[in-house]
Write a new protein. Structure first.
Ligand code: UD1
Ligand code: UDP
Length: 382
C-alpha cells in the first residue's frame, strides 16, 4: 500500500481530483491510500462544496481554510499548512494538479522536505510569464518526480526545457519520469455526460433549448482587472447576442461579479444589466455546466477547462485570451484566439457560429488517464 497526499484548492482542481479518487476507489483501493488536503483557496458553496457532493469526492481529510489573500500571503500560508501535514502523514508522494497557487504551495512545501511530486497537467505553457499560472506550472514541473502531460504539445514543451523522455529507472526529481497520459478532465466529461443529462434540469430552469444560446465564462485576472479589456468583451457579447437574437448564459466567477460595476464602462454595464439576452447567473455545478456545454451553440471563455470541455462536446470556442495552452484546439480550427479584441471576437464568431465544417478529432486521450496515473505511481513508489 502506498500513501499519497492530494492537494486541491481551486474549482478545477476539485473537479479533476474526482477522476483520480474514482479510479482509486474502483481499481486501486487495496494499493493506494489517498489523503485529501483542501487549501481553502476556493470556499463559496458553489465554488467548492457543490462538487464534493455531486461528483462523489471523499471529504477532505484536512482543510486549511486559507481563503482569498494576495499571492504571497496566500501561498505562504498554504506552504506552512501543507508542510505540517506532509510531516505528519509521511506519504510516498504528493499529487498536484494544474497551475494554481495551491499547486505552487504544494510544490515548495514538498520539494524542500523531499516528498516526491506527481504533477498532473504537466508541460502546458502559455509562454506568458505575466500569468501567475505560468510561473506556478514551471516551478511545479521542474521539481516533480512524475510528470503527466495531457497532450503531445505538453511533452514537446518539456523536452525543449531539457526533460529526458527516456524514463529510465530509478526515477527521482533529478531524473524525472515524463508520461503522455491524456486529459484527466476528459475522463470526467465522459463519465459524467449521461449522468448530467439525467440529473440536471438547468436547461428548463433557464428556458434554454438546443443551440439557442451561447455559453460564456470569464475570470482571468488580466480580463477582470483591466477595464478596457472587460468592456471590450462585454460589448462584444451584447453585439453578438442582439444581432443573432441569441441568449448568452454567463455563470459568473465571484472574482468577475465583484468587479463588474467598477470596471465596465457605464454604457456597457447598463446595457449588460438591462439586456434581454445576457443572463448572468451564479456559478453552476459541474453536472449543470456539462449540460450547458453540451447544448450551447458556441462557447466564449477565458477558462482553460471550459475551452477543452467545449471541444469534448464538439462545440466551437472563442478564446478570450491572447494565447492558449490547448493549442491543438486552435490548430484543428475548432477554436480561435480572440484576445479581448472586439473586432476579432465579432469576426471569429462569424467564422465559427453554425459552421458545419468543423472537426473534433480525438486529441485528449481515451478517458482512462486517471487509471494510467495510478498504475505509474504504483510502479514507481511501491
Ligand atoms: C484561481 C487560479 C486560476 C484558476 C481559477 C479557477 C491562481 C493564481 N489562480 O483564480 O489559475 O483558473 O482559480 O477558477 O491560483 N472568490 C470568492 N469566492 C471563492 C473564491 C474566490 O469570492 O470561493 C473571489 C475572491 O474575491 C478572490 C477572487 O475571487 O480574491 C480570486 O480568487 P483566487 O482563488 O485568488 O483566484 P481565481 O481568479 O479564482
Ligand atoms: N465549471 C463549473 N461551473 C461553473 C464554471 C466552470 O463547474 O460555473 C467547471 C468547468 O466545467 C471546468 C472547470 O470548472 O470543469 C473550469 O474551471 P475554471 O474555469 O474556474 O478554471 P480554469 O480551468 O480556467 O483553471
Amino acid at each position: 500500500m502506498i500513501k499519497i497526499v492530494t492537494i486541491i484548492g481551486a474549482r478545477p482542481q476539485i473537479i479533476k481530483a474526482a477522476a483520480l479518487s474514482r479510479a482509486i476507489k474502483n481499481s486501486f483501493s487495496d494499493k493506494i491510500q489517498e489523503v485529501i488536503v483542501h487549501t481553502g483557496q476556493h470556499y463559496d458553496h458553489n465554488m467548492s462544496e457543490v462538487f464534493f457532493e455531486e461528483l462523489g469526492i471523499p471529504k477532505p481529510n484536512y482543510n486549511l481554510n486559507i481563503g482569498s489573500l494576495s499571492h504571497g500571503k496566500q501561498t505562504a500560508k498554504m506552504i506552512e499548512g501543507i508542510e505540517e501535514i506532509l510531516i505528519t502523514e509521511n506519504p510516498q508522494a504528493i499529487v498536484l494538479y494544474g497551475d494554481t497557487n495551491s499547486t505552487l504551495a504544494g510544490t515548495i512545501a514538498a520539494s524542500k522536505i523531499h516528498v516526491p511530486i506527481v504533477h498532473i497537467e504537466a508541460g502546458l505553457r502559455s509562454f506568458n510569464k505575466k500569468m501567475p499560472e505560468e510561473i506556478n506550472r514551471i516551478m511545479c514541473d521542474h521539481t516533480s518526480t512524475l510528470l503527466f502531460s495531457p497532450t503531445q504539445t505538453g511533452i514537446k514543451n518539456l523536452q525543449k526545457e531539457g526533460f529526458d523522455l527516456g524514463n529510465k529507472a530509478p526515477i527521482s526529481n533529478d531524473n524525472p519520469g515524463v508520461f503522455h497520459c491524456g486529459d484527466i478532465m476528459f475522463d470526467n466529461s465522459l463519465y459524467f455526460s449521461d449522468i448530467a443529462e439525467q440529473k440536471s434540469d438547468i436547461l428548463s430552469k433557464f428556458n434554454l433549448s438546443n443551440s439557442n444560446y451561447i455559453l460564456s465564462t470569464l475570470h482571468r485576472n488580466n480580463n477582470t482587472d483591466d477595464p478596457e479589456r472587460l468592456t471590450a468583451i462585454f460589448s462584444s457579447l451584447i453585439k453578438i447576442s442582439e444581432k443573432h437574437h441569441l441568449k448568452v448564459i454567463l455563470p459568473l466567477h465571484p472574482r468577475t461579479k465583484k468587479i463588474l460595476a467598477k470596471n465596465l464602462s457605464k454604457d456597457v454595464y447598463d446595457k449588460t444589466i438591462n439586456s434581454e439576452f445576457i443572463q448572468i447567473i451564479e456559478p453552476v455545478s459541474f453536472l449543470e455546466m456539462i449540460q450547458l456545454e453540451k447544448n450551447a451553440s458556441l462557447v466564449m471563455t477565458d477558462s482553460g477547462g471550459v475551452q477543452k470541455e467545449a471541444y469534448f462536446f464538439n462545440k466551437p470556442v472563442l478564446v478570450l485570451r491572447s494565447e492558449s495552452e490547448w493549442i491543438e484546439i486552435i490548430e484543428v480550427g475548432a477554436g480561435i484566439i480572440c484576445d479581448a479584441n472586439e473586432n476579432k471576437i465579432l469576426d471569429s464568431f462569424q467564422k465559427l457560429y453554425q459552421n458545419k465544417e468543423l472537426k473534433f478529432d480525438s486529441i485528449f486521450g481515451d478517458g482512462k488517464a486517471a487509471e494510467f496515473i495510478c498504475q505509474k505511481m504504483l510502479e514507481n513508489f511501491s
